[in-house]
Design a protein around this ligand. Structure first.
Ligand SMILES: Cc1cc2nc3c(=O)[nH]c(=O)nc-3n(C[C@H](O)[C@H](O)[C@H](O)COP(=O)(O)O)c2cc1C
Length: 194
């Protein structure tokens, strides 16, 4: 089972990196999962300008980093999309990447992990609508992290002890989110193969 964590910020000094590493580290505790960070910084995706919407373009020819990115997404069985909140929405770089998607997420589960002053809740709601239009199945448990990231998660993705031990805190939510993704990924894989 391949779980991909898509890092939705590429700016210098981005906090989304350590945030994503924490999710990766937690998910890796499930030994049945192959967990991979998909970092948008590794893909040179120009501003989307294809003449035809990807989902309605059967003769679409993919090249370069767009092809590399979409092939990578194709390998996923389940996804966590990480977004910061920029101006009450998801990051532009993530929205642009999502606009390239045709059927790569089709009938596969996706969760949203957001951060910001209100846990990135506004960005998360926008992102869920977009992912749904990209044909992903949004799982019910999503993560909204409203703690100061620098004081909460170190560069290697370790969550501070107080938050790790907090009842109903972010550590519990991440674990539940991963459990949900696994449940849906297994069920949907069987259904897709039928
Ligand atoms: C252009 C811009 C707009 C932002 N707008 C919001 C916002 O609307 N709400 C919020 O809670 N934080 C906002 N922030 C703060 C970011 O959520 C915070 O800087 C976060 O660390 C960004 O994620 P990143 O470091 O991974 O890029 C904004 C930051 C930037 C750079």
């Amino acid at each position: 089972m391949n779980l991909q964590i898509i890092i939705g910020s590429t700016r210098e000094g981005r906090r989304s990196l350590q945030f994503s590493k924490w999710i990766e580290k937690t998910a890796k505790e499930n030994k049945n999962l192959n967990v991979e960070l998909v970092d948008l910084i590794d893909y040179d995706l120009p501003m989307f300008n294809e003449a035809i919407s990807p989902r309605y373009n059967p003769t679409r020819v993919l090249t370069g980093d767009v092809k590399k990115f979409l092939n990578k997404l194709n390998e996923g069985d389940a996804y966590v999309f990480v977004t910061p909140e920029y101006n009450h929405s998801l990051s532009g770089v993530l929205k642009n990447a999502l606009d390239y998607i045709a059927n790569e997420l089709n009938k596969k589960p996706a969760a949203v992990a957001s951060h910001g002053s209100v846990g990135g809740a506004r960005a998360a709601e926008h992102l869920k609508m977009i992912l749904s239009e990209c044909r992903a199945v949004i799982v019910p448990i999503n993560l909204h992290f409203n703690h100061f990231i620098d004081g909460s998660i170190d560069e290697e993705g370790n969550l501070v002890k107080e938050l790790k031990e907090l009842a109903y805190g972010p550590h519990t939510t991440v674990n539940t989110m991963v459990e949900e993704l696994v449940w849906y990924a297994e069920a949907l894989k069987i259904a897709r193969e039928k």
